[in-house]
Design a protein around this ligand. Structure first.
Ligand code: SAM
Length: 180
């Protein structure tokens, strides 16, 4: 998002079939709530295509890619790393520090699928719990991004969209966006 911390979300692990919707929703949630990019595992090509298609239709900028080296991305990240985990520090206790650190360094937000190995906990600058209860990477990511941007992501403008939803109290209205 323009004039906001630069945020990349990395999805660790993907079980084809079982995780298809979850991985797609991690990407769609990252896009809708203000992140700039999502990096999915190599075997999540279907989710990547769905997220790219939504971005083409509903706008960006947002980039999605697959990578076989998520762990290296985390290890070598030139910026700060947040790992979302139910075992982490309470978001309400660390969000101000994360926000302050993200103004001048790109932020990598790590979410898991199945068990996350301990090296990820060690590589993170913050292990952050959105509550210390088990729930989902999609819910954790949504609350985290909203706290990071303090709600400003809800006002963002979208570029290059083919269609736009017109908010309505009742019913559905979608308009084509004219170029130029
Ligand atoms: N059981 C796995 C483990 O012990 O690592 C976690 C599985 S959980 C379904 C998948 C992901 O959801 C986690 O890796 C984490 O990123 C996210 N998640 C679940 N509960 C969370 C919480 N309370 N706060 C932040 N993230 C959470």
């Amino acid at each position: 998002m323009q004039n906001e911390p630069e945020v990349t979300v990395v999805r660790l692990g993907h079980r084809p079939g079982r995780d298809e919707r979850m991985t797609t929703h991690v990407g769609l949630t990252a896009r809708a709530l203000g992140a700039d990019r999502v990096v999915l595992p190599d075997n999540a090509g279907k989710s990547r295509d769905t997220i790219a298609d939504i971005t083409d239709r509903f706008g960006g900028p947002f980039s999605v890619e697959c990578s076989g080296s998520q762990k290296a991305l985390i290890r070598n990240w030139e910026g700060r790393v947040v790992h979302l985990t139910m075992y982490g520090e309470r978001i309400q206790d660390v969000e101000a520090d994360v926000r302050a650190a993200s103004t001048d360094a790109p932020l990598l937000v790590v979410v898991g699928a199945e068990k996350v190995s301990f090296d990820v906990y060690e590589a993170a600058d913050w292990n952050v719990g959105v509550t210390n209860q088990p729930h989902s990477e999609v819910a954790g990511l949504a609350v985290f991004l909203d706290r990071l941007f303090e709600g400003r992501e809800l006002e963002r403008e979208w570029e290059g969209a083919e269609q736009r939803v017109i908010p309505k109290a009742t019913g559905k209205r979608v308009e084509s966006v004219d170029e130029g």
